[in-house]
Design a protein around this ligand. Structure first.
Ligand code: 6GU
Length: 246
């Protein structure tokens, strides 16, 4: 996958792409990142990228020209038809499902804005998707773009080892993950549940599924509303509800 990022603050990305799994993914050729300062594309002498809003009011608006020309330049060197993601708090809420959808693409262009926002023609005629990472306001789209890149790249085949398979992640399964423990079995009096030390794999699986359901019920009951419970899961959930009503 190729990922192009358009930002007025390209240096923000260097640390993130040069560490850990995002770095390894690039080194192994699974992904390549290119961050472009779209100010370079401004066709005015002073390299201005923003201007006052028509009709007046506070704040500045990003002009369409630098962004349209930057995206056109990237598309000219693209082999496919890249998705153009606009980072905006007004966008569709980014979810694991969206990450899975984007992970199928060959080429993504991610536009990060600043100031009061984008000229509406960027939204209407340049972006294919408008994305927000949650209901809070950031100073710019860069941090949101990093979140999206991280969640998409880790889904690309070969990026994670088998041990850390994304298939069992919270949200991929539709439930939150069960609690995890490692050695020691007794840490300063805080003990690992006996069942995990029992060696009985059927019992362990049952415990994990139950705790996964319990966590989801306690912390994210909204996720359970859309989760297709099988008969075993229904029975476990009944057990949990009986336990908690005592
Ligand atoms: Cl994508 N951009 C900004 N500026 N703020 C946000 C956001 C994006 N997602 C959540 N808050």
């Amino acid at each position: 996958m190729k990922i192009d990022i358009l930002s007025l603050f390209p240096d923000m990305f260097t640390g993130v792409f040069q560490q850990s799994i995002l770095k390894k993914a690039a080194e192994s050729g699974i992904v390549s990142y290119q961050v472009t300062d779209f100010r370079e594309f401004a066709d005015n002498k002073h390299k201005r990228v923003d201007d006052y809003p028509y009709g007046g009011g506070a704040g500045m608006v990003l002009m369409p020209q630098p962004l349209f020309d930057a995206v056109a330049a990237i598309k000219r060197r693209s082999e496919g038809n890249p998705r153009v993601l606009l980072m905006t708090p007004q966008g569709e809420r980014f979810t694991q499902k969206k990450a899975e959808e984007l992970a199928k693409e060959k080429h993504l262009i991610i536009i990060c804005g600043h100031y009061e926002g984008f000229d509406e023609r960027v939204r209407e005629h340049l972006a294919t998707d408008e994305l927000s990472i949650g209901d809070y306001v950031l100073t710019g789209g860069e941090l949101a773009a990093m979140v999206i890149v991280d969640s998409v790249v880790r889904l690309l085949p070969g990026v994670l080892g088998n041990e850390e398979s994304p298939a069992t992640d919270s949200f991929s399964t539709g439930l939150l993950e069960h609690p995890q423990y490692t050695r020691p079995a007794d840490f300063r009096g805080m003990k690992v549940p006996d069942v995990l030390l029992s060696g009985n794999h059927a019992l362990i699986e049952r415990w994990r599924k139950k705790e996964s359901l319990r966590r989801t019920l306690e912390r994210r009951p909204d996720l359970l509303e859309n989760y297709p419970l099988d008969e075993t899961e229904k029975a476990l959930l009944e057990e949990i509800k009986k336990e908690t009503s005592i």
